[in-house]
Design a protein around this ligand. Structure first.
Ligand code: PRT
Ligand code: MG
Length: 217
């Protein structure tokens, strides 16, 4: 008998780019997840189900064994921290970068080498604190859940730490990138128990997904 596997992933970019990858790996949901209101979806494989949750919740579901595997942005994984997860595979989807940005006007006379204390709005307080602490820079962090680009425009913060894809959103709001924190893409993660107890099924899936990633043999 084949071991059953639940894969957690989020609606939005990860689902959009993850579904074609899963399809190439031979896994197709029985209903369109973008349209269905179901949170657990059966697939063409009897032993594989998809669990649709918020992006930031994926590490929690996987760590506690509510899902065996998950697809999560490196940003989400870095912010979550913890050591209950194995990062198995860089899926090379939902690619972007995590950056410090500030108003173009401030950037004209700003020198990142002279930073000692920063007021930063971000969805990523843990990553931000860690990044700057390592460089001996103090941070006053304002935690937001979205639209970070607005914060400097209304005086909530001087700078932001946010994801940048095309850069269009920054530009539209008069902001520029001033420091790179990390390159981001979505990773396949697994919990340690599933790795042990369902080793064959997990390995089979990882191998098939790996060969579905563009640019890999
Ligand atoms: O939307 P929800 O609150 O449910 O959760 P979420 O925002 O975490 O989900 P989603 O689907 O928006 O993002 C899921 C993952 O996609 C993130 O965790 C990242 O790993 C990845 N990703 C890749 C991105 C982007 N690219 C991206 N550009 N996530 C967000 N953005 C934002 C960016 O912050 C900016 O505000 O998109 C906006 C547009 O970017 P530009 O530079 O292309 O204009
Ligand atoms: Mg979003």
């Amino acid at each position: 008998m084949t071991e059953s596997l639940k894969i957690a992933l989020s609606k939005g970019r990860i689902l959009e780019e993850g579904l074609p990858l899963l399809a190439k790996a031979g896994i197709v949901p029985r209903e369109d997840p973008a349209k269905s209101r179901k949170l657990i979806l059966d697939t063409n494989l009897d032993n594989v189900q998809l669990v649709i949750i918020r992006a930031a919740d994926v590490p929690t579901y996987v760590q506690y064994g509510a899902a065996d595997l998950g697809m999560a942005g490196k940003d989400v994984l870095m912010e979550y921290g913890g050591d209950g997860l194995y990062e198995l595979l860089d899926l090379k989807i939902a690619v972007c970068r995590l950056m410090v940005a500030e108003p173009a006007k401030l950037a004209q006379q700003d020198d990142p080498k002279k930073w000692t204390r920063l007021r930063i709005a971000t969805k990523y307080p843990a990553i931000t604190r860690r990044h700057f602490a390592a460089k001996g820079i103090q941070t006053d962090i304002i935690k937001l859940y979205g639209s970070m680009e607005l914060a400097p425009l209304v005086g909530l913060s001087d700078r932001i730490v946010d994801l940048v894809g095309t850069g269009k959103t920054l530009k539209a709001n008069g902001l520029v990138e001033v420091e790179h924190i990390a390159d981001i893409s979505a990773w396949l993660v697994a919990n340690k128990a599933s790795m042990k107890m369902k080793h064959a099924a997990v390995k089979g899936l990882v191998d098939r997904l790996a060969s579905a990633i563009p640019g890999r043999p």
